[in-house]
Ligand binder design. Structure first.
Ligand code: CU
Length: 328
């Protein structure tokens, strides 16, 4: 039965032409939201920790600039570097190009890397020159349906949340967060990359150093796993994530979070150091986690009530035991 995949592929192509893709319009650290500026705009919303890109279209293996694979198209350094701790929850909100509609793509992994800004302040750190990134999180197919993806939850206005590695050494970091869309990846050069970068300053007493790093775009070459993949024709195999294995320094948890507040509801940066710092989503205690089954309901319009699918600093073994492991 080959007809169905062909139709789906045709629909995907149509959707591609009719759409304008998207971007991350705001991020949160432990529930404190920070807006980002619209791609190509000139900082109308003011300073942000999100590196500004020039447009929200996809990067492709052929035809895109090498440097754009680092932090997105023509990414420029951001003015803010926001405070975080080890085990902080970092939340990303993806939207369509109008800044209000939902992210449009359903199929493909969500991968997150970090790199130290070294002795430089992150707002001065040029990531385009041989920067070495370690992979802290990756999220792919739903556990019981390899033809469907957690990204579908993002297209249902859920956020993506991960917990910073618990033994991360202190200092400034860039977080490179990337959606990869596979709806056209049945053909060479059909895969789409949407990387973005966020600047954080981590307070920590940890001292773990990553043992595995990659560079962009070098990691994406003709022999890279997962760049040609058919997510339509069953049985869909397990996805071979590109970007190498998870680093020894990796997230303590990850998952889909609740829908983000609208941008207009976010206090301006001058008002942020108040009691409103409480996390947007209360974190499920380990024994009530149920993370996988909650996450599977990613196409529900309502997220699980106030609940992130990650949990607070109980270590990565507990996170794995709680069911997140299958999503790594
Ligand atoms: Cu697209």
């Amino acid at each position: 039965m080959q007809l169905l995949p062909s139709i789906l592929f045709a629909l995907a192509l149509f959707a591609e032409q009719a759409s304008a893709h998207g971007y991350v319009n705001q991020i949160a650290v432990d529930g404190k939201w920070y807006p980002g500026n619209k791609p190509g705009s000139d900082s109308q919303l003011g300073p942000s920790p999100i590196r500004l890109i020039s447009d929200g279209g996809p990067l492709q293996l052929q035809g895109s600039e090498a440097r754009d694979f680092v932090c997105g198209k023509n990414a420029s350094k951001a003015q803010m570097t926001v405070p975080a701790n080890t085990s902080s929850l970092v939340t990303f909100n993806w939207v369509g190009m109008d800044g209000a509609s939902a992210w449009i793509h359903h199929a493909g992994p969500v991968i997150t890397y970090m790199t130290s800004c070294g002795s430089q302040s992150c707002d001065a750190f040029d990531a385009t020159v041989d920067t070495k990134w370690f992979k802290v999180a990756q999220l792919g197919q739903l556990p019981n349906d390899t033809g469907r993806w957690f990204q579908e939850g993002i297209s249902s206005e859920r956020t993506y949340v991960f917990q910073l590695p618990d033994q991360l050494a202190p200092g400034g970091y860039l977080i490179r967060h990337e959606l990869i869309s596979l709806q056209n990846a049945v053909a060479p050069n059909g895969i789409e990359f949407y990387p973005m970068c966020l600047q954080v300053n981590v307070s920590s007493e940890g001292q773990q150093q990553p043992n595995t790093t990659v560079t962009f775009p070098a990691i994406y070459n003709s022999s890279t796993d997962g760049l040609i993949f058919d997510t339509y024709t069953p049985p869909v195999p397990a996805y071979p994530f590109p970007g190498g294995p998870l680093s020894n320094v990796h997230a303590s948890g990850q998952g889909l979070g609740p829908t983000a507040p609208s941008l207009s509801a976010i206090p301006t940066t001058s008002q942020t150091d108040s009691a409103s710092d409480a996390p947007q989503c209360s974190v499920a205690p380990p024994e009530k986690q149920g993370s996988t089954s909650s996450a599977v309901r990613s196409h529900d319009s309502q997220p699980p009530n106030g609940r992130c699918l990650v949990k607070r600093n109980t270590g990565r073994r507990a996170a794995h035991n709680a069911g997140l492991r299958r999503a790594w």
